[in-house]
Every structure is written in C-alpha cells, then in structure tokens.
Design a protein around this ligand. Structure first.
Ligand code: FMN
Length: 444
C-alpha cells in the first residue's frame, strides 16, 4: 500500500490499514491517561499533553514577538496543554531561518518577559490557579538553513553531498571553525540566561531537523574537536547543556529537541543503519540520551527527519512538496515506535513524543495507547496546535477531539512559511491565514 490521503470514518478502518501495512500502533479508549500529572525535573506538569514548537515567522525585525506571535501563544496557553514548548528563537541574528524568526537579546528581553507572564496568566485564567504549564524556550541556530535577510546565507557545520546538492551549494560555502563553534556555545548560554530572566522554566538546545547543532551529530567527515567520533559530534550539545547548568543551577530546566533519525545515508546521517539509511539504528541516540541524563537533562523532545529534505519523515502528510514513497501510517509508526525505543531504554527520562497530527480525531486514542505502552511520557502536537489550539482542553474535559476542528495535514502552513509569509492554519484559522495563503498562491 503506497501513499494515501486520510479517508477514515472510523477507528477500525485505521486499525485494519495498520495491520495490512504490518505497522504496530496501539490505540486505547482510556483517554484519562492523557490527564496524568507528572513531576518532571522538579516541575509539576498539569497533564501529559504538549504543544510542540511551531514557528509562525511573525516576529518583529528586531526579533521580539509580534502581534500574531502573541495571539498564537494566547491560543496555546488557553488551550490547556501542560507543556508549552515555545518555538525556535535564534541565539544570534545571522542564525535566523527567516527575517521574522524570533531572536532573543538584551534589548528585547522585556517583550519576551511580557509574553511569558501573559502566557501563564492566560493559562490560569482559563484553567484555574492550579494550572501552570511548563514553558520551554527553544534556542536555535539555523545553520545551513539560515536566511536572516530574505536570501539564504547558509552556515555549515559539515559538508553533506545530499543536502548541499538539494540546496545547490558549492564547495566555496565555508564551514565553521572549531573556535567559532566554541564561541557560539556561549551565545546559547547568554540566550538561556535571558530566557530565565524572561520567566521561562527552561530552554531547549535545539538539536533537530538539520539545523546547525543537529548537523554536528552526523559530522562523521568533519575533522577536529567537533567531528568524527561520537565524542566529537556530540561535544557541542553536551558542552552547551553543561555550561547552562553550571551557570543557572539545577532549578532551571535544560532540555533538547533531538533528532534520533535523519533518514540520510551514512556517513552523512545520524541514527541511520550504515547499510540501509531507510532503517534507523538508535545505538548512538540512545547513548547520547543517557549522557544527557547524566548531565542533568530530565526531559527530551524527540523527532526525526528534515523538513526541507525529507518532510514526510518529519511530519506525515496528505499534501506536501512531493508524494511520499510510503503510507502516512508507516511514517506515524516510525516516529512513535522509534521514539518509544528510546523511552523504553531510559524509562526515567520524560520523553515527549511526536507524530500524532496526521491521525486527526483518532490521534487521541493513539496518544493514550502510546502512553499505556510506555512509548512516551508526554504527547506533543505540532500542526494540530495551529489548527486546533484547544485540542488539550477537548481531550481532557470532553474525552474526544472534534473531527471538524482537526488539522488536515494539507501542508499550507509550510507553504506559507517557505514563501516567506507569517504562518498559521489557512483552513481552520482562515480569517487570518487564508488571505495570507491566497497571496502566496498569487505570487506563485
Ligand atoms: C509551520 C511549521 C513550523 C514549525 N516550527 C518548528 C519549530 O520552531 N521548532 C521545531 O522543533 N519544530 C517545528 N516544526 C515541527 C513540528 O514541531 C513537528 O515536529 C511536526 O509538525 C510534526 O508533528 P505533527 O505531526 O504533530 O505536526 C514546525 C512545523 C511546521 C509545519
């Protein structure tokens, strides 16, 4: 069975297709497990649902949150998820993925402070004073996908023939020196100090989707301190984690959104089987997660793939830049079971799972089954949170998701972003985003 768009009317049809495809997915109707509270790194998480980091490319040019950013986080905060994983925020201006990407620095700290305060207040107004969602700020450097002033200005950590060819990069694009990477580590620490001052409970040292830090994990061919060996390739991430822990102490959460599988051939992909890159080999990611635990990281958010190169691995979809070579359920199962393997390997780590949005109204049963089977500790929703920001409230209070409110995995949010627009859901939040999408289409 190849790629198919979502056409399911009943859960049993999903289960039948999963069986026909030979993929293992556990569904459960005991949705109350998703209201499970947890103590994570000293923080009382009010439930087991998370909003994944979802960039809207709607910041001000100085990196501060814009009006649509504030609107988005108000919707997320009122939506009831126990964990609000704030989108990618650049640590240096040249590392922004678009000119409207957020970027935190001393001059715009008050705007971030105001936003974090508003988020906590809105969450409590809606769900009572006992509901304090965990706020994590994702810190990023976009590396080869840097586009700070409307045209690409790639900054490489390593050459990669697959990605270089896809981006049409010549050999003259320089690779960051070891000393430059070491200096960059300190920018993450500075940004973490600012995030702490702004009122976030923790920071994520973003290490996924082939942005700079994630590129280092598979820098097998890079010489020097940040490449070749496992120790070299993981040095940047572990150094940053340890430096922030040293600086801010144990009461500030340090975490990472981590790729566990790139789906790019070895020696240019991380977490891949050396003989067959279409299979994952999680031995190195497992080792890294253990080292993170020993360095004081108690929660990780796991993901796969590259949204520019192999987006069907990153986010199973109905419509996207190409027709995927597999049924979306295969992609959903890869994400859930791969992440689950890591969770099983280190059960004491709180693992945030990814891969649920494509299943729309049936995703809540999959989320419950995933928790029952111990394949994650928290369930994160990405595109669904754009379309249906109060998904958590509906799951927890009403015991179901409303079909008509669900994301339809149509790819329009990505299309808008790739075309340089400020993004959101053109279908379910159409008053704001349908005109933006229309403009994108008119401009080709
Ligand atoms: C428009 C858009 C923006 C995104 N922004 C981020 C981001 O800032 N940081 C991040 O780690 N992932 C980002 N993602 C990826 C999502 O967090 C998530 O991993 C992906 O959509 C798969 O989850 P889903 O199936 O629930 O949508 C983004 C995805 C989309 C479509």
């Amino acid at each position: 069975m190849g790629h198919k768009e979502f056409k399911y009317g009943e859960l049993k049809e999903v289960v039948e297709d999963a069986m026909a495809l030979g993929v293992k997915l556990k569904f459960s109707d005991k949705l109350e497990i998703l209201s499970r509270k947890a103590k994570i790194d000293g923080f009382d998480l009010p439930n087991a649902l998370a909003v994944h980091p979802m960039e809207g490319a709607d910041g001000e040019l100085d990196g501060a949150p814009g009006e649509l950013t504030k609107r988005r986080y108000e919707r997320f905060s009122r939506g009831g998820a126990g964990l609000l994983w704030f989108e990618a925020v650049a640590v240096v201006p040249e590392g922004r993925a678009n000119p409207r990407q957020l970027w935190i620095h001393a001059n715009n700290l008050p705007q971030f402070q105001k936003l974090a305060t508003a988020m906590l207040q809105q969450a409590q107004e809606e769900h009572g004073s006992g509901h304090t969602p965990m706020l994590i700020m994702q810190l990023t450097h976009s590396g080869r996908y840097s586009k700070p002033y409307n045209k690409p200005v790639p900054i490489l950590a390593a050459r990669n023939p697959y990605l270089d060819a896809a981006q049409k990069l010549n050999d003259d694009v320089p690779i960051l020196f070891d000393d430059e990477l070491e200096k960059l580590e300190d920018h993450y620490v500075k940004a973490a100090v600012l995030a702490h001052k702004a009122g976030f409970h923790g920071v994520d040292i973003k290490c996924c989707h082939r942005y700079l830090n994630s590129e280092l994990l598979s820098a097998f061919t890079r010489k020097g301190r940040y490449g070749e060996t496992f120790e070299g390739r993981t040095r940047f991430l572990l150094n940053v984690v340890r430096k922030i822990k040293d600086c801010l102490g144990k009461d500030f959460i340090v975490t990472t959104r981590l790729n566990i599988y790139d789906a790019i051939p070895y020696p240019y992909g991380w977490g891949v089987d050396k003989a067959d890159f279409l299979q994952y080999d999680l031995s190195e990611p497992k080792l890294l997660v253990k080292l993170l635990w020993e360095s004081g990281v108690k929660i990780v958010n796991l993901t796969m793939g590259n949204p520019y190169y192999n987006p069907h691995v990153n986010r199973p979809y109905d419509k996207g830049p190409y027709t995927p070579p597999e049924h979306p359920l295969v992609g959903v199962a890869r994400l859930i079971n791969g992440i689950g393997e890591i969770q099983k390997d280190i059960p004491q780590m709180a693992v945030v799972g990814t891969g649920f949005s494509w299943l729309r109204q049936f995703s809540a049963s999959l989320a419950a089954g995933t928790l029952e089977d111990g394949l994650a500790t928290i369930i994160g929703y990405g595109r669904e949170s754009f379309a249906y920001p109060d998904f958590a409230k509906d799951i927890i209070k009403n015991g179901s998701l409303i079909k008509e409110k669900c994301c339809i995995a149509c790819g329009k949010c990505t299309d808008i972003m790739r075309s340089g627009g400020t993004t959101g859901c053109a279908i379910k939040d159409s008053k704001i985003y349908a005109p933006i999408y229309g403009k994108v289409c008119r401009n080709g």
